[in-house]
Design a protein around this ligand. Structure first.
Ligand code: FAD
Length: 288
């Protein structure tokens, strides 16, 4: 099924993200994680793609497992370090496996990366154009409620986002955020600028404070005082932090829904118990 059809229905959706293993010998245990997650009946499930593209087969393998478990898969794809031929190969493989949804991404610029003389893909919108030529896919894109770290300004970032959407992006998934006002302001700004595709709010449940600080720094997202206090108070106690992180994420989702945001994406960090606890906390809201 295409994600555009899932999001088209005027109802709440909650989807999950998983990442593939770094080594092939861990693929079976990741598949087990996927099967466990699918028991929570997410609206769809996305699987990330290594920035270098060297483990493209892992992403496709996990996307197939999601599909075989009865959930619609969304395969991420990055382009910056790929050749055009490689992109054709990966997209061809997805098509062959019946994967209909692709999140088209540029990928982060690796440290020390030298742009070749003729760089084929510099931005995600070029990948969107390429995928459109290769088949009838539902294509999504990434967006940044607190501005992409490389952008000079919010206005510029949203202008480029509009360009990406105009190329054929049918939905956007946001970078994680912890302050709902930042997302709601961004959402409004997108609508004012004519970006009218569904914008899915990306929620990261923080269940291990220390591990996650680095990704928070890299992602450019601000952390409200309330959240810092939770990490300070419970960060050294694994069980308490996990419980507090699940409750914070669930409250964040409920507040977003109360403000009219119907589409939520949970960065599960491959933790089925966390994903399932959040879904339980929302059970009547999702069904209602
Ligand atoms: P773009 O849309 O190309 O934007 C990148 C920057 O370029 C922005 O500052 C934008 O304003 C600017 N820009 C865009 N178009 C133009 C233009 N025409 N001219 C000049 N500037 C322009 N990374 C992975 O490696 N694997 C993943 O699986 C993955 N999944 C992700 C999922 C989500 C939901 C998100 C939010 C991010 C994900 N990332 C992933 C990270 C992503 O690859 C990086 O954030 C990357 O730096 C930007 O990717 P993009 O697709 O947003 O790029």
């Amino acid at each position: 099924m295409k994600i555009s059809e899932i999001l088209d229905k005027n109802r709440v959706t909650v989807s999950f993200e998983v990442f593939p293993p770094k080594q092939w010998d861990k693929i079976e245990s990741t598949k087990e994680t996927v099967r466990e997650m699918c028991k929570s009946s997410p609206s769809f499930m996305s699987v990330t793609y290594g920035a270098s593209g060297t483990q493209a087969g892992f992403t496709s393998e996990i996307a197939c497992e999601i599909k075989n478990s009865g959930v619609t898969p969304l395969s991420h794809l990055t382009c910056l370090t790929s050749t055009r031929d490689k992109i054709h190969e990966v997209v061809g493989d997805l098509k062959e496996n019946g994967i209909e949804n692709i999140l088209a991404l540029r990928g982060d610029i690796p440290q020390g990366f030298e742009f070749p003389d003729k760089q084929y893909f510099e931005h995600a919108y070029q990948l969107v154009n390429e995928i459109k030529e290769l088949g009838d896919f539902c294509i999504g894109g990434a967006c940044y409620p607190e501005i992409h770290p490389e952008s000079k300004s919010r206005v510029e970032d949203i202008e480029y986002l509009k360009q990406k959407v105009d190329c054929g992006v049918q939905f956007l998934t946001s970078q994680m955020f912890f302050d709902n006002d930042k997302f709601l302001n961004f959402y409004e700004m997108c609508r004012i600028k004519g970006i009218d595709v569904p914008i899915i709010a990306g929620i990261m449940p923080i269940t291990n404070a220390k591990q996650i600080m680095r990704s928070i720094e890299l992602s450019n997202c601000s952390v409200p005082k309330k959240f810092y206090r939770i990490m300070e108070r419970f960060g050294d106690d694994a069980k308490s932090m996990k419980q507090a992180g699940i409750i914070y994420a669930t409250e964040q989702i409920i507040d977003l829904m109360a403000n009219g945001v119907n589409n939520i994406h949970i960065y599960t960090m491959n933790k089925p118990d966390v994903a399932s606890a959040i879904m339980s906390g929302l059970s009547d809201i999702i069904d209602g």
